[in-house]
Design a protein around this ligand. Sequence first.
Ligand SMILES: [Mg+2]
Length: 310
Amino acid sequence: MSTTYLKSLSDEQIREFLDSFDTILTDCDGVLWLNVQKLFKTSDVLNTFRSLGKKIFFVTNNSLQTTKQFVEKCKNMGFIAEEEDMLCTSLLVATYLKELNFKKKVYIVGSEGIAKELAAVGIESFGWGPDVLNDISEVPKIKRDPEVGAVIIAFDEHLSYLKMVKAATYLRDENCLFIATNMDENFPGEVFMYPGTGAFVRFVETCVDRKPIILGKPEPYMSSIIKKTYNVDPKRTLMIGDRANTDILLGTRCGFKTLLVLSGVTSLKDLETWKNSDVPEEKEWLPDFYTDQLGDLLPFLEKYKAEKST
Ligand SMILES: [Mg+2]
């Protein structure tokens, strides 16, 4: 399959590209912003898309915050956003358990955002925040809650050995559900390498010899919720992301058009490697189009909009 640099397209091909979708699913970290830093012109691009009648959904594997908090963040950065446009993995966990009519308690290795989304659908949970051992002799004193019926592994800045002991102990019961928000391996920073949720999940998987259900990208649960709720047509949908093995792979699997931005995890060098690779899976990581940053679309969009209005 071919992957095309957006700026190499002719005016006519750009028009065709912009005409080819009505719905946009966009990742957030690495596409719209890096942590608290909004990336160049990203809100202008998305708001212009919206003004052209495109439907926009924010789809993120981030579970640190609730939908409400993500919408707040978007608005503070100048994006037009409503709660129903936002799908983060904290919400997915709550949606998933609600669909199962889950009545027990949840042990969370993760953040308060998940606990809040669970509380909003009437599910009790605990586990987020610091929780550490002084030494291993304290393990037998751990109080196990017999009401726990699910363990969630998500991003947890307070990850500890004690939390891993608790998660693994609950998961010894084969009726206890094992849920992971996502398998993102890491977040490469300029200097430091931050282990991601995928690394935590592998830790527990190895210990309990079980596989979790994974709710975030590239697994189709997130897009199945969107398809079900909003009735979108995959052929007229564009997936935008910065991480090929989650964002682009989800798009490829769902039959969406895909656009990779090089402002986050995946680099041009990665694309070159995969283009020449014999590994079939790596071919699925190649986007239809790529560009350096989302803001590159703004001049194209402004021209397109001006042509439409004449
Ligand atoms: Mg990202």
